[in-house]
Design a protein around this ligand. Structure first.
Ligand code: HQG
Length: 184
């Protein structure tokens, strides 16, 4: 268990460095979100973690959501999605399935009803392919949850743009309320 916990901590640090606060690690992401892999290892190591390339390789390969990816030559690394910092990770635009799902806290309902789903601090709204995943996303937070069905193909036909991240998470800039239906 200790090992698992340690791995999660390292993963959290990678997520912070590659998505949210690279400057706190003395790192600068390039325009596409990449950073030198060795620089990231050193930066995390300098914060008192036992961390090396082998451990980072395991996180990149085994992480349940495949949150991180190496460049083709293995010298650079980036997060595949989920950024709050302004980088372009070159997500392809794609036609979404008919329905996607979004799990959130019930207390956000009034605001979602008025303004639709917004990216808040992140660059995009994240959408789940199934209800079960949406429930898991919502349950990260404390409180009663709500699940919204997103009428994705309809929104897409009306001009809404959807993107699919390298690790398979559907994203869009905003979902207007008329394409949303609360189902749980
Ligand atoms: C809510 C994790 C009020 C939104 C997960 C969410 C996910 C509104 C929160 C990924 C709103 C933003 C993303 C509105 C949206 N009024 N609240 N109009 N519109 N919200 O963390 O979707 O593990 O940025 O419902 O698995 O919770 O990090 O988004 O509750 O895939 O890889 O504002 O993060 O992935 O919170 O989670 P977040 P999220 P990782």
């Amino acid at each position: 268990m200790q090992h698992e916990k340690g791995r999660d901590e390292a993963m959290e640090m990678m997520a912070k460095a590659l998505r949210h606060r690279p400057e706190a690690f003395g790192l600068v992401l390039d325009a596409h979100g990449w950073v030198d892999a060795n620089a990231l290892i050193e930066a995390i190591h300098a914060r008192g973690m036992t961390f090396d390339r082998a451990r980072m390789d395991r996180i990149v390969q085994l992480n349940n959501k495949r949150r991180f990816a190496y460049s083709d030559d293995g010298t650079k690394i980036r997060a595949s999605q989920g950024h709050t910092v302004d980088v372009d990770v070159e997500m392809p635009e794609a036609a979404p399935p008919a329905r996607l799902y979004h799990g959130t806290l019930e207390k956000n309902g009034a605001s979602i009803w008025n303004r639709g789903l917004l990216p808040m601090k992140r660059q995009y709204v994240h959408l789940s392919p199934d209800i079960e995943t949406a429930r898991m996303v919502a349950s990260r937070r404390k409180g009663a949850i709500a699940i919204y069905e997103v009428h994705a193909s309809e929104y897409h036909m009306d001009g809404g743009k959807f993107y699919l991240s390298a690790n398979g998470v559907w994203q869009t800039k905003v979902v207007p309320p008329n394409y949303l239906k609360r189902i749980e």
